[in-house]
Design a protein around this ligand. Structure first.
Ligand code: B12
Length: 257
């Protein structure tokens, strides 16, 4: 069973500007948030050169399949009401929504940390005009150890927010040639897509459970090599050019590729 909770839509606050915003139901009252854990176990990532979130098949596709099915069932039960599902490309601040739904705490790295699955969870949600019973948010906070802030390679974390311009995950996704500083950040990380450093150092990610989502474990590929297919992978939206450019940066220093 996927971890799930409900929060008051009005508590989400300002919605992100995006195309999906127009799909939010009029008079929305509840956000039903689901977590899609993706941790596969330490062993799995030993030789990996991509971020853990990009190891399984594209989560957008898998999470949306689950959300679509749940939405259809809800529509059958509440034929007079509206239900719309979102994942990532969403007007909803998903970390905030998951916190409000009692699904975990927000770490200093800006991510939702669930008690059982750590921060290695994707977030998806259904917005509806039905008023369901709201879940109770956690009263605890993250451990406040500050390791994520300290170890972030770009100094992107301040403890309150993420400076996207300095976040290595964002840097790996940019198009065109990168500056020397950013190239060396990629080389040092040994990772050609995304970044997990702020999650890997988090003590709340120790002894977490592996994913119950079989679509993630069955599709997992821990490495990206030159010429590999990008179809159905989390990095495909950025085209092969970007990830292969990063691969060349690593190759040029004979790093792990
Ligand atoms: C844009 C984006 C990025 C950008 C910018 C990130 C950022 N935080 O700004 C980049 C490309 C850098 C990125 C990177 C990553 N991302 Co991203 N990203 C998003 C996206 C699409 C929007 C986030 C956003 O713009 N936030 C805006 C800022 C201002 O919000 P904020 O800093 O979190 O919060 C402010 C307020 O909302 C408020 N607030 C926040 N929470 C709460 C809670 C309560 C109760 C209250 C009252 C207030 C409050 O206070 C904050 C300060 O003003 C979300 C999906 C979504 N729709 O939410 C995924 C999402 C956050 N990303 C996700 C992932 C997996 C990642 C990576 C781990 C991928 C990787 N391994 O490389 C990294 C992690 C880097 C990091 N430490 O953030 C997951 C996170 C899952 C989780 N467990 O939390 C999400 C939710 C996508 C998903 N559907 O699963 N991401």
């Amino acid at each position: 069973m996927l971890p799930c909770g409900v929060c008051d839509f009005l508590k989400i606050g300002e919605l992100f500007e995006c195309r999906a915003k127009s799909r939010v139901p009029q008079g929305a009252k509840s956000v039903i948030v689901y977590l899609f854990p993706y941790w596969l176990g330490e062993e799995f990532y030993k030789n990996s050169n991509i971020s853990k979130y990009a190891v399984p098949a594209d989560y957008h596709i898998i999470a949306r399949e689950y959300l679509k099915k749940i939405t259809e069932e809800l529509k059958m039960e509440y034929p007079e009401n509206q239900f719309e599902y979102f994942c990532d490309n969403s007007p909803v601040n998903e970390v905030k929504a998951a916190v409000l739904c009692g699904l975990g705490v927000k770490g200093k790295n800006g991510l939702l940390i669930n008690e059982k699955y750590g921060s290695f969870c994707f977030i998806g949600e259904i917005v509806t005009d039905v008023k369901f019973n709201y879940s109770v948010p956690k009263t605890e906070e993250c451990l406040n150890c500050g390791l994520c802030v300290k170890m972030c390679p770009g100094g992107a974390l301040s403890g309150n927010c993420v400076d996207k311009t300095k976040c290595l995950s964002d840097i790996t996704q940019r198009k065109g040639e990168l500056c020397e500083e950013h190239i060396s950040m990629i080389k040092n990380s040994g990772c050609v897509w995304g970044c997990d450093i702020c999650q890997d150092v988090c003590p709340m990610n120790k002894n977490i459970s592996v994913t119950p989502v079989k679509e993630f474990s069955e599709s997992a590929v821990a490495r990206f090599c030159e010429g590999d297919s990008i179809e159905g992978r989390a990095f495909s939206w950025r085209t092969r050019k970007v990830i292969e450019r990063n691969l060349q940066y690593l190759k040029s220093q004979d790093n792990l590729i």
